[in-house]
Design a protein around this ligand. Structure first.
Ligand SMILES: C[S@@+](CC[C@H](N)C(=O)[O-])C[C@H]1O[C@@H](n2cnc3c(N)ncnc32)[C@H](O)[C@@H]1O
Length: 275
């Protein structure tokens, strides 16, 4: 059954630029964790702009197949544009639909080797219902792989002025939308609750320190994400406009600090459908 769900980052051009940047920074590490095999048939839930979906398609090759499911028509349109520009429009089939009610044909249920979702579960209420759909979509012995945030895993240091209040208000914006900002820590128990076996977990590092080649992009990603979520953050009455400004300036000063570091990991887990 479909569930109302709210994606707080939206699909504005700025939101889409940040999602692209995030893909550039994370895709190769995530691909390593996912361990796809040539010829596999993959379902990607909440495929967004489709960069990672296409990367998965390259990995499984011409004998494999990748289908991306995305609810937002603007994200799908942009995903198709990006695929065209890259000359990869035939790599992936992007299908419009809701992950609570996967738009699969009768013969497709139970046919995928891998069901994958990255940064989706933090944006939905009742993630266990999405996992149940993923389990139904894979064949016996197929894998369900999820990667998501736990907003406790995010630690910039030295602590930027005003950061703590800003971050807490940001995290509450997830809770107000009915979603779980700490879903990353629950991934294994969600897979276990869905009856999967051979469960394993790991994480992908998404941090950096001043002077390394990724740091500026990683810092810009979080500054842009918080700036883009300004309206959602300010609707939490614990933070006023002035405190928001102080927190954002604190992050800009932190980014310029030669001793700055960001400790941040993305939680990953996978389980196998019983044969
Ligand atoms: C943070 S983006 C992640 C995109 C992609 N998985 C990635 O890692 O680059 C989350 C995506 O999930 C989509 N989404 C959220 N709720 C959804 C739902 N109920 N059904 C389908 N897509 C959904 C959003 O529109 C958004 O494009």
């Amino acid at each position: 059954m479909s569930e109302p769900s709210s994606y707080i980052h939206g699909s504005s051009p700025d939101g889409q630029r940040r999602l692209s940047l995030l893909n550039d920074l994370l895709n190769e590490s995530c691909l390593r964790e996912l361990n796809l095999v040539e010829g596999e048939k993959v379902l990607d839930l909440g495929s967004g702009l489709g960069q990672f979906t296409r990367r998965m398609a390259q990995k499984v090759g011409g004998n494999g197949q990748v289908v991306g499911i995305e609810r937002d028509r603007d994200q799908i349109a942009q995903a198709k544009r990006l695929a065209n520009i890259a000359g990869q429009s035939v790599l992936v089939e992007f299908r419009q639909g809701d992950v609570f009610e996967l738009p699969l044909g009768e013969s497709e249920w139970g046919s995928f080797d891998v069901a994958h979702a990255r940064f989706l579960l933090e944006h939905v209420p009742r993630p266990e219902l999405v996992i149940a759909e993923m389990v139904r979509s894979v064949r016996p012995g197929g894998r369900v792989f999820v990667a998501d945030d736990d907003h406790d895993n995010f630690r910039p240091w030295p602590e930027p002025a005003g950061f703590d209040a800003l971050w807490r208000a940001y995290v509450r914006s997830y809770e107000r939308a009915g979603n779980d900002p700490y879903v990353g820590r629950r991934l294994v128990s969600l897979l276990h609750g869905a009856g999967l076996t051979a469960i394993r977990n790991s994480c992908v590092f998404f941090g950096g320190s001043a002077g390394d080649e990724r740091f500026e992009a990683v810092a810009d990603n979080i500054i842009g994400t918080l700036g883009g979520a300004k309206d959602a953050i300010l609707s939490d009455e614990s933070l006023d406009e002035e405190s928001f400004r102080i927190g954002m300036e604190g992050l800009e000063s932190w980014k310029a600090d030669p001793s700055a570091a960001l400790w941040y990991t993305v939680c990953c887990a996978e389980g196998t459908s019983p044969s």
